[in-house]
Design a protein around this ligand. Structure first.
Ligand code: ADP
Ligand code: MG
Length: 596
């Protein structure tokens, strides 16, 4: 039996068992109650883990979203729906509560676009406090006295079902295109944007999905306790959810489940200690943070929660097809990139001054110059990290000068970084898949429900193309290993492959041979030639290895203190007086120049 069917059967059996057990009263009521708390807490921990673990943000006001869902669902089931609607109104009320919490998340997500870490913690903390105070001041829902009148609609089978649905949907979200975007934000937001990840969209989705499920948990909780008050959802509740997440393991579904189970059971078991348990639990957390800061599971995931690796088959996609999968705008008069008068100041320092360039499709050009001469600044301007003080950059005739990095990438410019910026904790395969962010056409909802459009797109456009790329560049052996474990040379190579996965027209390589030995450099040169020939790419490369640059480039531009001091063929550059002068100070390079 395949794993999928086995899971299906297990869930079915569990569901039927939960019906029988609760109908016949086979277990102690208290045990049943704790089991339901466990389910609700699993949903809470998992949903918070999406933002705090997978995305690496620090949200501390999760109970605020829970409150919105709890009050929303309760108002619906008590006040809005008529009595004859019966039990079937319950799932609708729960979903509506989740939707309300999701809507509230939009408001919180916006500051998250600009702030991270401590600031986001303050924003979410404030949100939690605002929700609590608002509820205390609304008399229609009982103000500080609380809200009651809900029937006890949350049963063991309902809890079981909602827990399974939440685990399934959040797991599906994580293992999808947006999920990979979420992970890329945790690993390296800047690199993510360079690979075309729309970080705003991703953050918004993650916050909304996370809050939706917190709202669902709130609705279930309200219809279990049959009484809620603003104090139910204070900062202590938020802290409890945080403890579960960090206890179980950040960025692991199995971890969240384990954290929720252990915490809920322990807190009940420690009831005999009275007030002391409130000392013991935080103490446990402190010990955990010291000895196992990533929680019990850390980033590791239980095998069954991971997607089933597709069987190895011959990949039918060729390099040319891969590149052609994304339609391109035809080059405007043959010129791919046109830069005019590009100037950039850092305060009073002119890092790049009046830079001009006409780049034809299919060319390989080199940018050289001593350290600090503005080479990386030029790349950062082209790829959208800096907004130039003056000047314009056009790609295929389109002005891209002030566009954000992800949009520039989706128009066809990909880059690597001077200091390698891979997504270290993601596998080699997922690093490449992040690069395909914009070739994926299914929605987040389709991903959570695993619809056909999801399966087709993940199969062909994503998995096949990834495998093709990895095979083409001899990285398939490492596909399932975390990128941080790769040898140095392969890290550089993976970064180039990841950039190729974004299906660019123009590739910017910032010192790709830095730190490489001569044989590695030779292999890299071959690789860049192949990229140009097979992928029909235009390449701009910054390098200090003169033999590399001279052997590779048809045209070279020389920068010194931000000023272009020469431009021409390798032979012209080698004999240029100004170039030799500029390099005389940095003797290593001047020697290298003479050698070639
Ligand atoms: P290169 O890549 O040619 O070695 P850079 O483009 O990194 O040089 O830097 C050019 C100049 O701009 C240097 O003087 C550097 O100190 C300065 N610079 C680079 N980035 C920044 C920044 N973010 N803030 C201020 N100054 C910077
Ligand atoms: Mg540099």
């Amino acid at each position: 039996m395949s794993r999928r069917w086995l899971l299906f059967v297990l869930v079915g059996v569990g569901f039927i068992a939960s019906i029988i057990v609760s109908r016949l009263g086979l277990i102690d009521q208290y045990v049943e109650l704790v089991a339901m708390y466990v389910g609700i807490n699993i949903i809470l921990a998992l949903s918070l883990n999406l933002v705090n673990g997978y995305m690496g943000e620090f949200s501390v006001g999760h109970a605020g979203f829970m409150a919105v869902g709890a009050y929303g669902a309760s108002i619906l089931s008590v006040r809005v729906f008529p009595a004859w609607a019966g039990v079937w109104i319950f799932p609708l009320a729960i979903i509506a509560g989740g939707v309300m919490a999701g809507a509230a998340a939009v408001v919180v997500a916006i500051p998250s676009f600009r702030t991270r870490g401590d600031y986001l913690a303050i924003v979410t903390l404030s949100f939690n406090m605002i929700v609590k105070s608002a509820l205390e001041n609304i008399d229609a829902v009982g103000g500080p006295r609380g809200f009651l009148g809900m029937e006890r609609l949350t049963t063991l089978p309902w809890t079981f079902m909602w827990t399974v649905v939440s685990v399934w949907a959040i797991r599906n979200f994580v293992y999808s295109n947006i999920g990979r975007g979420v992970l890329s934000i945790r690993e390296d937001e800047t690199a993510g944007a360079a690979m075309g990840v729309d970080t705003r969209k991703v953050k918004l989705h993650a916050f909304v999905v996370s809050s939706f499920f917190a709202g669902v948990a709130g609705g279930l909780y309200a219809h279990l306790l049959q009484f809620i008050s603003p104090r139910t959802f204070d900062i202590i509740k938020s802290t409890e959810i945080l403890i579960m997440v960090y206890l179980g393991g950040v960025g692991s579904i199995a971890g969240s489940i384990a954290g929720a189970v252990i915490y809920t059971v322990l807190i009940e078991a420690l009831r005999v200690l009275g007030q002391w348990r409130m000392v013991i639990m935080p103490l446990m957390l402190v010990l955990l943070m010291i000895y196992r800061p990533k929680g019990i599971f850390g980033f590791t995931e239980f095998r069954w929660f991971k997607p089933i690796a597709s069987k190895k088959k011959d990949v039918a996609v060729t390099a040319a097809e891969l590149i052609n999968m994304t339609p391109r705008t035809a080059a405007d008069g043959g010129q791919l990139l046109v830069i005019d008068g590009l100037t950039h100041y850092f305060g009073g320092l002119c890092a790049l001054s009046d830079f001009n360039l006409r780049l034809d499709a299919g060319q390989i050009i080199g940018i050289i110059g001593p350290n600090g001469s503005g080479k990386t600044t030029l790349f950062n301007l082209i790829s959208g990290y800096y907004r130039p003080t003056r000047g314009s950059i056009k790609l295929n005739g389109t002005e891209i000068t002030r566009m954000p990095p992800n949009e520039i990438n989706s128009l066809g410019i990909a880059r690597t970084f001077q200091n390698i910026r891979l997504f270290n904790n993601l596998t080699v395969e997922d690093n490449v898949k992040v690069g395909m962010f914009n070739s994926v056409k299914y929605s987040a909802v389709a991903a959570m429900l695993r619809t056909r459009s999801f399966n087709q797109c993940e199969g062909k456009e994503v998995s096949d193309c990834t495998r093709m790329l990895l095979e083409l560049f001899a990285l398939e052996k490492y596909a399932y290993e975390p990128a941080k474990g790769l040898p140095y040379g392969l890290k550089r190579r993976l970064e180039i492959v990841r950039a190729l996965a974004t299906r660019p027209q123009l590739l910017l390589l910032d010192e790709p041979a830095a730190g490489m030995n001569p044989s590695e450099t030779g292999a890299l040169m071959e690789l860049v030639h192949r990229i140009r020939d097979e992928f029909k790419l235009t390449v701009m490369v910054i390098e200090h290895h003169m033999s590399f640059i001279m052997g590779l480039c048809e045209e070279i531009h020389v920068l010194d203190f931000g000023v272009t001091i020469a431009g021409g063929t390798p032979d012209e550059i080698k004999s240029d007086k100004k170039v030799i002068e500029a390099y005389l100070g940095s003797s290593g390079v001047s020697r290298a120049l003479k050698d070639t």
